[in-house]
Design a protein around this ligand. Structure first.
Ligand SMILES: Cc1ncc(COP(=O)(O)O)c(C=O)c1O
Length: 342
């Protein structure tokens, strides 16, 4: 059976044009910093993000963890939202790789406010406590359902971070989605942070890779650590070409994915057998709470009819739109969901 796969925006396959760019990529040894395509991608991404420098890394997880590791020392503490990817989905690597701990705070739609964060910052005089070193923001927020972090809260959190001499990091795996949805440039988002990590392999459709960006000095340090962690690759321009193609061709079209998500979410919101918070459907992710069956049952029944969706939080399922599922697939999806819930 040919499935419509809406489990994640990571399931996309490189298009013909992207494969051509990969095939034709000029390559060199990137450990010597001599791969022209990697260098081109890094320069292009740094400019797009308005940062001094950028570094190509194999994954979003490595991107986030390199940033945390570069800013912290063992025993430090990082504050983030309870459902943050760095806390839930990166295999405990803040502890494993950096010897740091996370202080998670329950947010609203993935957002924590300065009023919540400030009391959690450890007093500098308390030498027996962990040292608060960094505040992290995820934008868009995956587990909250692709929600966008409001700019005024980013600015307020940045002010708080500066007041307490803390670093400020953005997990912008899907910052491109936030940017096309709000019209706020990715460089405007990035300007408030010391470091950002942005994925090329989610909605942008590249087969692998992420970018981290920050000051030249920061990226120079992260470059050394990337090698230490085994992330120094050689003729990697073949993959970087896909990332460059993605940045140059696939950002604006994310609007279509948002439209598709909106269509599915609206149809579901009219169905009394599920709960969908339409105000949370801001980009390409829909969190659906089935009310008449268990999430696993809904996932299985959808699969039987040719639709793949995934588990979300305990009581919900997750549907993610992307460039490999077109508007016709969306129509079919709406129909399958109606049948399954009937
Ligand atoms: C918000 C967020 N950050 C980071 C990552 C990690 O990316 P990767 O799967 O490339 O390690 C993901 C992956 O889904 C994500 O959703």
């Amino acid at each position: 059976m040919k499935y419509i796969d809406l489990r994640s925006d990571t399931v996309t396959r490189p298009s013909e044009a992207m494969r051509k760019a990969m095939y034709e990529a000029e390559v060199g040894d990137d450990v010597f910093q001599e791969d022209p395509t990697v260098n081109k991608l890094q320069n292009y991404a740094a400019e797009l993000l308005g940062k001094e420098a950028a570094l190509y890394v194999p994954s979003g997880t490595m991107g986030n963890q390199l940033c945390l590791n570069t800013w912290t020392s063992p025993g430090d503490e990082v504050i983030c939202e309870m459902d943050a990817h760095i806390f839930n989905y990166e295999s405990g690597s803040p502890a494993v790789l950096s010897g740091i701990q996370i202080l998670p705070i329950v947010g609203n739609k993935g957002v924590i406010t300065p009023e919540q964060v400030e009391p959690m910052i450890r007093p500098v005089s308390a030498y027996y406590m962990p040292k608060t070193r960094l505040i992290e923001v995820e934008n868009t927020h995956n587990r909250a359902g692709g929600t966008i972090h409001p700019m005024e809260n980013i600015i307020a959190l940045e002010k708080l971070a500066r007041k307490h001499s803390l670093y400020f990091h953005m997990d912008g795996a899907r910052i491109w989605n936030a940017s096309v949805a709000t019209g706020i440039a990715v460089s405007e988002y990035a300007s408030h942070f010391d470091s950002v990590s942005c994925c090329l392999s989610k909605g942008l459709g590249a087969p692998a890779g992420s970018i981290i960006a920050g000051s030249k000095d920061f990226i120079a340090k992260a470059f050394v650590r990337r090698k230490a962690w085994g992330g120094g690759m050689r003729q990697i321009g073949i993959l970087a070409a896909a990332g460059l193609y993605a940045l140059q061709n696939n950002i604006e079209r994310l609007k279509e994915d948002h439209e598709k998500a909106c269509t599915i979410a609206k149809s579901l919101s009219e169905n009394p057998k599920v709960g969908v918070d339409l105000s949370s459907v801001q980009t390409n992710i829909i969190i659906v709470k089935p009310l008449s069956m268990k999430p696993e049952e809904m996932i299985m029944k959808c699969k039987e009819k040719g639709l793949l969706i995934s588990g979300g939080k305990i009581d919900s399922v997750r549907i993610v739109t992307h460039l490999d599922a077109g508007f016709e697939d969306v129509k079919k999806t709406v129909k399958i969901l109606e049948e399954v819930l009937d």
